[in-house]
Design a binder for this molecule. Structure first.
Ligand SMILES: [Fe+2]
Ligand SMILES: [Fe+2]
Length: 207
């Protein structure tokens, strides 16, 4: 895998946007206990999109801002990685199911960020952060491609998953601890509600 470079800046500013939308599908902190059950679905042979559908339907009506929704999705993704790392080379079917679920979760999550959050970041003059995060999504897709090409009993499968998990965790921490809080602080209430509604709507239709 090619070497990644990191060059984020902290430039930002707030731009007004008076458009308001209301969210019909909100998530909240109470989603946490549901993550384990959603991940367990893969092991039991449910469809690869079970986790997201389940979470979306189960916590509908509970409030949560866009950054909380995305954090919950990060947690779900990390839980899938942990399930993958707990497998051995004899569990080829389980590994394939978990990879399908991981692919679905990351695809949906990337769609929300790449079509809503990162464009909004650029609108707030956070171009460098948006471009860097978007570039990392490219490497995440590369890992999905590489894992898809590997036999699930390949001796280096676990090592590849571990390397993949490290990248995703580092990326998620950068979003959760640096870029998103800075972006949210620069928003007014109306902008926050708009991004939340758009992320929830996208997540619902993509699930
Ligand atoms: Fe991201
Ligand atoms: Fe993310």
């Amino acid at each position: 895998m090619a070497t990644r470079t990191r060059s984020r800046s902290s430039n930002h500013s707030s731009k007004g946007n008076s458009h308001r939308e209301s969210s019909a599908f909100s998530w909240g902190e109470s989603a946490g206990p549901l993550i384990g059950a959603a991940v367990a679905g893969a092991a039991l042979g449910f469809a690869a999109n079970f986790g997201r559908k389940f979470l979306t339907q189960a916590v509908s009506g509970v409030s949560g801002d866009w950054d909380e929704v995305l954090s919950t999705e990060h947690d779900l993704t990390e839980a899938i990685f942990d399930k993958m790392l707990a497998t051995d080379s004899s569990q080829t079917w389980k590994r394939s199911m978990l990879l399908m679920q991981l692919t679905h979760a990351l695809d949906n999550h990337a769609h929300e960020e790449e079509t809503i959050v990162y464009p909004a970041l650029r609108e707030a003059n956070e171009n460098v952060s948006a471009d860097e995060l978007n570039k990392e999504h490219g490497y995440i897709k590369t890992f999905l491609y590489e894992l898809g090409q590997m036999d699930s009993d390949d001796p280096s499968w676990l090592e590849k998953v571990r390397e993949f998990r490290d990248l995703v965790v580092e990326h998620a921490r950068m979003e959760e601890n640096e870029v998103f809080p800075r972006f949210k602080q620069a928003m007014n209430e109306e902008q926050n509600a708009k991004i939340t509604a758009l992320v929830n709507k996208d997540g619902f239709w993509m699930s």
